[in-house]
Write a new protein. Structure first.
Length: 83
């Protein structure tokens, strides 16, 4: 819809949709996953427990635990930096 309303500048240079698709897969996948862990893990203790529990289940899986993620934060940051 945006491309129809505002065709310039285009989201699809040279009529190709491959690059925008690839970028969206990266930003919505690996980049988001790492950034979420970096953002939530250090502050999880100061957030409402219901929110932390819900977000942990949603983004980390049924056994997700932001306290464990906080312990692993240096490793997660090392993975995020080259992204």
């Amino acid at each position: 819809e945006l491309e129809k309303r505002f065709p310039e500048p285009t989201f699809f240079p040279n009529q190709g949709a491959g690059l925008p698709f690839a970028l969206s897969r990266w930003t919505d996948g690996p980049l988001f996953d790492l950034a979420l862990r970096v953002a939530f893990a250090p502050v999880a203790e100061s957030l409402p427990p219901a929110l932390v529990s819900d977000r942990a289940r949603l983004y980390l899986g049924p056994t997700g635990n932001f306290a464990e993620e906080a312990e692993d934060l240096p490793h997660t940051l090392a993975q995020l930096r080259p992204q």
